[in-house]
Design a protein around this ligand. Structure first.
Ligand code: SF4
Ligand code: SF4
Length: 373
Protein backbone atom coordinates (compact mmCIF):
# COMPACT_ATOMS: atom_id res chain seq x y z
CA UNK A 1 0.00 0.00 0.00
CA UNK A 2 1.35 3.45 -0.89
CA UNK A 3 1.85 6.11 1.83
CA UNK A 4 -1.06 8.10 0.32
CA UNK A 5 -3.36 5.08 0.44
CA UNK A 6 -2.34 4.43 4.07
CA UNK A 7 -2.98 8.09 4.94
CA UNK A 8 -6.47 7.99 3.38
CA UNK A 9 -7.28 4.71 5.08
CA UNK A 10 -6.37 6.28 8.41
CA UNK A 11 -8.52 9.39 7.71
CA UNK A 12 -11.42 7.14 6.69
CA UNK A 13 -11.05 5.11 9.87
CA UNK A 14 -11.03 8.31 11.98
CA UNK A 15 -14.27 9.31 10.25
CA UNK A 16 -15.91 6.01 11.20
CA UNK A 17 -15.53 3.93 8.05
CA UNK A 18 -14.85 0.31 8.93
CA UNK A 19 -13.37 -0.74 5.60
CA UNK A 20 -11.35 1.08 2.97
CA UNK A 21 -10.15 -0.38 -0.31
CA UNK A 22 -8.68 0.78 -3.57
CA UNK A 23 -8.98 -0.44 -7.14
CA UNK A 24 -7.84 0.86 -10.49
CA UNK A 25 -10.68 1.62 -12.88
CA UNK A 26 -11.33 -0.57 -15.88
CA UNK A 27 -14.33 -1.75 -17.83
CA UNK A 28 -16.20 -4.42 -15.87
CA UNK A 29 -16.12 -6.81 -18.84
CA UNK A 30 -17.08 -9.77 -16.65
CA UNK A 31 -20.28 -7.92 -15.70
CA UNK A 32 -21.24 -6.70 -19.19
CA UNK A 33 -23.01 -9.84 -20.45
CA UNK A 34 -24.87 -10.39 -17.19
CA UNK A 35 -25.97 -6.74 -17.05
CA UNK A 36 -27.30 -6.64 -20.61
CA UNK A 37 -29.24 -9.90 -20.04
CA UNK A 38 -30.55 -8.44 -16.78
CA UNK A 39 -31.76 -5.29 -18.51
CA UNK A 40 -33.19 -7.24 -21.46
CA UNK A 41 -35.16 -9.38 -18.99
CA UNK A 42 -36.84 -6.22 -17.65
CA UNK A 43 -35.30 -6.64 -14.21
CA UNK A 44 -34.62 -2.95 -13.81
CA UNK A 45 -38.45 -2.74 -13.55
CA UNK A 46 -39.26 0.78 -12.35
CA UNK A 47 -35.64 1.50 -11.45
CA UNK A 48 -35.18 3.28 -14.76
CA UNK A 49 -31.93 4.93 -13.64
CA UNK A 50 -30.24 1.52 -13.79
CA UNK A 51 -30.90 1.31 -17.51
CA UNK A 52 -29.54 4.80 -18.14
CA UNK A 53 -25.99 5.09 -19.46
CA UNK A 54 -25.16 1.39 -19.07
CA UNK A 55 -21.70 1.87 -20.58
CA UNK A 56 -20.83 4.45 -17.91
CA UNK A 57 -21.93 1.97 -15.29
CA UNK A 58 -19.62 -0.64 -16.73
CA UNK A 59 -16.70 1.74 -17.15
CA UNK A 60 -16.65 4.75 -14.78
CA UNK A 61 -13.84 6.34 -16.82
CA UNK A 62 -16.60 7.35 -19.24
CA UNK A 63 -17.96 9.67 -16.51
CA UNK A 64 -14.71 11.62 -16.79
CA UNK A 65 -11.70 10.36 -18.78
CA UNK A 66 -9.31 11.76 -16.16
CA UNK A 67 -10.50 9.24 -13.58
CA UNK A 68 -8.07 6.42 -12.79
CA UNK A 69 -9.03 4.78 -9.50
CA UNK A 70 -11.82 4.19 -7.05
CA UNK A 71 -11.65 4.35 -3.26
CA UNK A 72 -14.36 2.19 -1.70
CA UNK A 73 -15.55 2.87 1.84
CA UNK A 74 -17.90 0.95 4.12
CA UNK A 75 -19.93 2.73 6.79
CA UNK A 76 -21.57 0.48 9.40
CA UNK A 77 -25.13 0.74 10.58
CA UNK A 78 -26.45 -1.01 13.62
CA UNK A 79 -29.04 -3.68 12.96
CA UNK A 80 -31.12 -3.31 16.11
CA UNK A 81 -32.65 -6.35 17.70
CA UNK A 82 -36.27 -6.67 16.75
CA UNK A 83 -38.63 -5.77 19.60
CA UNK A 84 -40.25 -8.77 21.18
CA UNK A 85 -43.75 -7.99 19.99
CA UNK A 86 -46.62 -9.77 18.31
CA UNK A 87 -46.89 -7.91 14.98
CA UNK A 88 -50.44 -8.97 14.35
CA UNK A 89 -51.79 -8.32 17.83
CA UNK A 90 -50.14 -4.90 18.05
CA UNK A 91 -50.78 -3.92 14.42
CA UNK A 92 -47.23 -2.84 13.79
CA UNK A 93 -45.25 -2.76 10.57
CA UNK A 94 -41.61 -3.57 10.04
CA UNK A 95 -39.01 -1.40 8.42
CA UNK A 96 -35.52 -2.36 7.27
CA UNK A 97 -32.81 -1.49 9.78
CA UNK A 98 -30.86 0.71 7.37
CA UNK A 99 -33.73 3.19 7.20
CA UNK A 100 -33.66 3.98 10.93
CA UNK A 101 -32.29 7.37 11.88
CA UNK A 102 -31.17 10.18 9.59
CA UNK A 103 -30.92 9.52 5.85
CA UNK A 104 -27.60 7.75 5.25
CA UNK A 105 -27.16 9.45 1.88
CA UNK A 106 -26.45 12.72 3.70
CA UNK A 107 -24.46 11.47 6.68
CA UNK A 108 -22.23 9.01 4.81
CA UNK A 109 -21.62 11.33 1.89
CA UNK A 110 -20.45 14.09 4.23
CA UNK A 111 -17.89 11.74 5.78
CA UNK A 112 -16.73 10.37 2.42
CA UNK A 113 -16.38 14.00 1.35
CA UNK A 114 -13.94 14.51 4.23
CA UNK A 115 -11.79 11.66 2.88
CA UNK A 116 -11.92 13.22 -0.61
CA UNK A 117 -10.90 16.55 0.94
CA UNK A 118 -7.90 14.86 2.58
CA UNK A 119 -6.91 13.49 -0.82
CA UNK A 120 -7.14 16.99 -2.29
CA UNK A 121 -4.91 18.35 0.47
CA UNK A 122 -2.32 15.61 -0.03
CA UNK A 123 -2.50 15.89 -3.78
CA UNK A 124 -3.53 19.42 -4.76
CA UNK A 125 -5.64 19.67 -7.88
CA UNK A 126 -7.01 16.14 -7.52
CA UNK A 127 -10.15 15.29 -9.44
CA UNK A 128 -12.64 13.55 -7.14
CA UNK A 129 -16.27 12.50 -7.34
CA UNK A 130 -18.06 11.22 -4.28
CA UNK A 131 -21.13 9.00 -4.49
CA UNK A 132 -23.32 7.20 -1.98
CA UNK A 133 -25.82 5.08 -3.82
CA UNK A 134 -26.37 7.93 -6.24
CA UNK A 135 -23.84 7.71 -9.07
CA UNK A 136 -23.79 5.47 -12.13
CA UNK A 137 -21.49 3.04 -10.34
CA UNK A 138 -21.79 -0.69 -9.62
CA UNK A 139 -20.93 -0.22 -5.96
CA UNK A 140 -20.85 -3.82 -4.88
CA UNK A 141 -18.73 -4.92 -7.83
CA UNK A 142 -16.19 -2.20 -7.12
CA UNK A 143 -16.27 -2.97 -3.41
CA UNK A 144 -15.44 -6.58 -4.26
CA UNK A 145 -12.71 -5.39 -6.67
CA UNK A 146 -11.29 -3.24 -3.85
CA UNK A 147 -11.31 -6.33 -1.60
CA UNK A 148 -13.88 -5.10 0.91
CA UNK A 149 -15.64 -8.45 0.78
CA UNK A 150 -17.32 -10.96 -1.48
CA UNK A 151 -20.56 -10.91 -3.41
CA UNK A 152 -22.91 -13.14 -1.39
CA UNK A 153 -25.78 -15.29 -2.60
CA UNK A 154 -28.15 -12.72 -1.09
CA UNK A 155 -26.49 -10.26 -3.55
CA UNK A 156 -25.12 -8.15 -0.70
CA UNK A 157 -21.45 -7.49 -0.23
CA UNK A 158 -20.27 -9.57 2.71
CA UNK A 159 -17.21 -9.23 4.89
CA UNK A 160 -16.09 -11.96 7.29
CA UNK A 161 -15.70 -9.53 10.19
CA UNK A 162 -18.49 -7.06 9.50
CA UNK A 163 -21.20 -9.10 7.79
CA UNK A 164 -23.29 -7.02 5.40
CA UNK A 165 -24.79 -4.29 7.58
CA UNK A 166 -22.90 -1.40 6.06
CA UNK A 167 -23.41 1.30 3.44
CA UNK A 168 -20.97 1.71 0.60
CA UNK A 169 -19.53 5.03 -0.50
CA UNK A 170 -17.05 5.62 -3.28
CA UNK A 171 -14.60 8.26 -4.35
CA UNK A 172 -13.63 8.25 -7.99
CA UNK A 173 -10.31 9.97 -8.49
CA UNK A 174 -7.58 10.72 -10.99
CA UNK A 175 -4.99 9.51 -8.46
CA UNK A 176 -3.42 6.13 -9.22
CA UNK A 177 -3.90 3.38 -6.64
CA UNK A 178 -2.91 -0.24 -7.00
CA UNK A 179 -5.59 -2.87 -7.16
CA UNK A 180 -5.35 -5.63 -4.51
CA UNK A 181 -3.09 -8.49 -5.52
CA UNK A 182 -5.73 -11.14 -4.77
CA UNK A 183 -9.53 -11.05 -4.70
CA UNK A 184 -11.44 -11.51 -1.42
CA UNK A 185 -12.26 -15.19 -1.07
CA UNK A 186 -15.90 -16.25 -1.30
CA UNK A 187 -17.26 -17.60 2.00
CA UNK A 188 -20.85 -18.60 1.24
CA UNK A 189 -19.65 -22.16 0.72
CA UNK A 190 -22.56 -24.60 0.75
CA UNK A 191 -24.87 -22.24 2.69
CA UNK A 192 -28.19 -21.43 1.03
CA UNK A 193 -30.05 -19.91 3.96
CA UNK A 194 -30.93 -16.65 2.21
CA UNK A 195 -32.30 -18.48 -0.84
CA UNK A 196 -34.31 -20.89 1.26
CA UNK A 197 -35.70 -18.32 3.70
CA UNK A 198 -36.49 -15.37 1.43
CA UNK A 199 -40.26 -14.98 1.98
CA UNK A 200 -40.99 -14.44 -1.72
CA UNK A 201 -38.43 -16.66 -3.48
CA UNK A 202 -36.78 -13.59 -4.98
CA UNK A 203 -33.27 -15.06 -4.79
CA UNK A 204 -32.04 -17.69 -7.20
CA UNK A 205 -28.87 -19.62 -7.83
CA UNK A 206 -26.20 -17.70 -9.66
CA UNK A 207 -26.34 -14.67 -7.33
CA UNK A 208 -29.58 -13.57 -8.92
CA UNK A 209 -32.22 -11.33 -7.40
CA UNK A 210 -35.57 -10.87 -9.13
CA UNK A 211 -36.56 -7.33 -8.09
CA UNK A 212 -40.21 -7.84 -9.07
CA UNK A 213 -40.45 -10.49 -6.35
CA UNK A 214 -38.35 -8.66 -3.77
CA UNK A 215 -40.13 -6.99 -0.85
CA UNK A 216 -37.49 -4.24 -0.75
CA UNK A 217 -38.17 -3.33 -4.35
CA UNK A 218 -41.94 -3.62 -4.06
CA UNK A 219 -42.26 -1.55 -0.90
CA UNK A 220 -39.77 1.18 -1.83
CA UNK A 221 -39.22 1.53 -5.56
CA UNK A 222 -42.45 0.20 -7.05
CA UNK A 223 -44.87 3.09 -7.47
CA UNK A 224 -48.20 1.60 -8.54
CA UNK A 225 -50.41 -1.15 -7.15
CA UNK A 226 -48.57 -4.08 -5.58
CA UNK A 227 -49.45 -7.19 -7.62
CA UNK A 228 -52.30 -8.92 -5.81
CA UNK A 229 -50.49 -12.26 -5.60
CA UNK A 230 -47.57 -10.59 -3.82
CA UNK A 231 -49.57 -8.72 -1.18
CA UNK A 232 -50.00 -11.58 1.30
CA UNK A 233 -46.29 -12.35 1.01
CA UNK A 234 -45.29 -8.90 2.24
CA UNK A 235 -46.42 -9.86 5.75
CA UNK A 236 -45.71 -6.94 8.07
CA UNK A 237 -42.90 -5.41 5.96
CA UNK A 238 -43.78 -1.83 5.01
CA UNK A 239 -40.38 -0.42 4.02
CA UNK A 240 -37.69 -2.78 2.81
CA UNK A 241 -36.94 -6.25 4.12
CA UNK A 242 -34.00 -7.57 6.13
CA UNK A 243 -34.70 -11.31 6.01
CA UNK A 244 -31.82 -12.29 3.72
CA UNK A 245 -29.43 -10.34 5.94
CA UNK A 246 -30.92 -11.50 9.24
CA UNK A 247 -30.57 -15.17 8.33
CA UNK A 248 -27.00 -14.84 7.06
CA UNK A 249 -24.55 -16.51 9.45
CA UNK A 250 -22.02 -13.77 8.79
CA UNK A 251 -24.38 -11.27 10.44
CA UNK A 252 -25.09 -13.28 13.58
CA UNK A 253 -22.68 -11.33 15.82
CA UNK A 254 -23.98 -7.96 14.69
CA UNK A 255 -27.58 -8.87 15.40
CA UNK A 256 -26.77 -10.20 18.87
CA UNK A 257 -24.84 -7.10 19.90
CA UNK A 258 -27.42 -4.44 19.14
CA UNK A 259 -30.07 -3.01 21.46
CA UNK A 260 -33.77 -3.52 20.92
CA UNK A 261 -35.32 -0.74 18.88
CA UNK A 262 -39.03 0.05 18.86
CA UNK A 263 -38.65 2.41 15.90
CA UNK A 264 -38.40 -0.71 13.73
CA UNK A 265 -42.04 -1.36 14.41
CA UNK A 266 -44.25 1.69 13.80
CA UNK A 267 -48.00 1.60 14.42
CA UNK A 268 -49.77 0.79 11.14
CA UNK A 269 -52.91 2.71 12.06
CA UNK A 270 -50.82 5.83 12.82
CA UNK A 271 -49.07 5.58 9.45
CA UNK A 272 -52.32 5.09 7.55
CA UNK A 273 -53.66 8.29 9.13
CA UNK A 274 -50.69 10.51 8.13
CA UNK A 275 -51.66 13.43 5.93
CA UNK A 276 -49.15 15.17 3.64
CA UNK A 277 -47.86 17.56 6.29
CA UNK A 278 -47.55 14.90 8.96
CA UNK A 279 -45.70 12.60 6.52
CA UNK A 280 -43.27 15.39 5.61
CA UNK A 281 -42.66 16.26 9.25
CA UNK A 282 -42.10 12.65 10.27
CA UNK A 283 -39.89 11.52 7.36
CA UNK A 284 -38.24 14.72 6.07
CA UNK A 285 -34.79 13.56 7.16
CA UNK A 286 -35.34 9.84 6.76
CA UNK A 287 -34.51 7.46 3.91
CA UNK A 288 -38.15 6.35 4.22
CA UNK A 289 -39.36 9.40 2.32
CA UNK A 290 -38.17 7.58 -0.82
CA UNK A 291 -41.33 5.44 -0.76
CA UNK A 292 -43.40 8.65 -0.79
CA UNK A 293 -46.53 9.04 1.29
CA UNK A 294 -48.81 7.14 -1.06
CA UNK A 295 -46.37 4.21 -1.26
CA UNK A 296 -45.86 3.96 2.48
CA UNK A 297 -49.59 4.17 3.22
CA UNK A 298 -50.28 1.58 0.49
CA UNK A 299 -47.80 -0.72 2.26
CA UNK A 300 -49.35 -0.02 5.67
CA UNK A 301 -52.80 -0.95 4.31
CA UNK A 302 -51.45 -4.27 3.02
CA UNK A 303 -49.79 -5.04 6.35
CA UNK A 304 -53.05 -4.29 8.19
CA UNK A 305 -54.82 -6.70 5.85
CA UNK A 306 -52.15 -9.31 6.47
CA UNK A 307 -52.51 -8.96 10.24
CA UNK A 308 -55.75 -10.96 10.36
CA UNK A 309 -56.55 -8.83 13.42
CA UNK A 310 -60.12 -7.39 13.35
CA UNK A 311 -58.79 -4.26 15.08
CA UNK A 312 -57.38 -3.38 11.64
CA UNK A 313 -60.88 -2.91 10.18
CA UNK A 314 -61.55 0.54 11.71
CA UNK A 315 -58.38 2.27 10.40
CA UNK A 316 -58.81 0.58 7.01
CA UNK A 317 -62.45 1.67 6.79
CA UNK A 318 -61.44 5.24 7.71
CA UNK A 319 -58.81 5.26 4.94
CA UNK A 320 -61.27 3.86 2.42
CA UNK A 321 -63.72 6.62 3.31
CA UNK A 322 -61.45 9.65 3.42
CA UNK A 323 -57.95 8.97 2.05
CA UNK A 324 -57.28 11.31 -0.91
CA UNK A 325 -55.00 8.88 -2.83
CA UNK A 326 -56.90 6.33 -4.92
CA UNK A 327 -53.90 3.95 -4.71
CA UNK A 328 -54.20 3.85 -0.93
CA UNK A 329 -57.98 3.47 -1.03
CA UNK A 330 -57.60 0.55 -3.46
CA UNK A 331 -55.21 -1.24 -1.10
CA UNK A 332 -57.39 -0.47 1.91
CA UNK A 333 -60.24 -2.14 0.01
CA UNK A 334 -58.10 -5.20 -0.69
CA UNK A 335 -57.13 -5.34 2.98
CA UNK A 336 -60.76 -5.10 4.11
CA UNK A 337 -61.52 -8.00 1.77
CA UNK A 338 -59.25 -10.09 3.98
CA UNK A 339 -61.86 -9.67 6.71
CA UNK A 340 -64.59 -11.02 4.50
CA UNK A 341 -66.64 -12.45 7.35
CA UNK A 342 -66.89 -9.14 9.20
CA UNK A 343 -70.11 -7.10 8.93
CA UNK A 344 -68.11 -3.91 9.60
CA UNK A 345 -65.68 -4.62 6.75
CA UNK A 346 -68.50 -5.41 4.33
CA UNK A 347 -70.48 -2.31 5.31
CA UNK A 348 -67.40 -0.10 4.79
CA UNK A 349 -66.83 -1.65 1.35
CA UNK A 350 -70.48 -1.24 0.31
CA UNK A 351 -70.54 2.41 1.39
CA UNK A 352 -67.30 3.08 -0.50
CA UNK A 353 -68.52 1.39 -3.68
CA UNK A 354 -71.38 3.90 -3.96
CA UNK A 355 -69.11 6.93 -4.00
CA UNK A 356 -65.68 5.73 -5.23
CA UNK A 357 -64.70 7.86 -8.26
CA UNK A 358 -61.58 5.94 -9.29
CA UNK A 359 -62.05 2.94 -11.60
CA UNK A 360 -59.11 0.91 -10.20
CA UNK A 361 -60.15 1.50 -6.60
CA UNK A 362 -63.75 0.60 -7.51
CA UNK A 363 -62.53 -2.65 -9.07
CA UNK A 364 -60.63 -3.48 -5.87
CA UNK A 365 -63.75 -2.77 -3.79
CA UNK A 366 -65.84 -5.06 -6.01
CA UNK A 367 -63.25 -7.82 -5.79
CA UNK A 368 -63.14 -7.46 -2.02
CA UNK A 369 -66.95 -7.63 -1.80
CA UNK A 370 -66.91 -10.78 -3.96
CA UNK A 371 -64.98 -12.45 -1.16
CA UNK A 372 -67.62 -11.69 1.45
CA UNK A 373 -70.07 -14.49 2.26
S1 SF4 B 1 -34.86 -8.33 0.74
FE1 SF4 B 1 -36.41 -9.84 1.46
S2 SF4 B 1 -37.65 -10.29 -0.34
FE2 SF4 B 1 -35.78 -9.28 -1.09
S3 SF4 B 1 -34.38 -10.95 -1.56
FE3 SF4 B 1 -33.95 -10.38 0.56
S4 SF4 B 1 -35.25 -11.74 1.80
FE4 SF4 B 1 -36.02 -11.81 -0.31
S1 SF4 C 1 -27.07 -16.65 4.01
FE1 SF4 C 1 -25.49 -18.11 3.38
S2 SF4 C 1 -25.62 -18.16 1.12
FE2 SF4 C 1 -26.74 -16.35 1.81
S3 SF4 C 1 -25.24 -14.69 1.69
FE3 SF4 C 1 -25.18 -15.49 3.79
S4 SF4 C 1 -23.54 -17.04 3.76
FE4 SF4 C 1 -24.08 -16.63 1.62
Amino acid sequence: MTPLARHLESIASERGFILTGFASLHRLDERAGFFSRWLAGGRSAEMGWLAKAPEKRLDPRLIDPRLRSIIMLAWPYTPPRIPDIDWRAELRGRIAAYALGPDYHDTVKARAGAVAAALAVARPGSVTRVYVDTGPVFEREWAAAARLGWFGRNTNLLNRHHGSYFFLAEILTDAEFDAPAEPYREHCGTCRRCLDLCPTGALADGYLLEPRLCISYLTIEHRGPIPRAMRPQLGAWIFGCDVCQEVCPWNSDAAAAAPVNDALAPSLADLLALDDDAFRRRFAKSAMRRAKRRGLLRNAAIALGNSGNPAAIAPLAAALASEPEALVRAHAAWALGRFAASDDARAALERALMREPDADARAEISLALDQTP
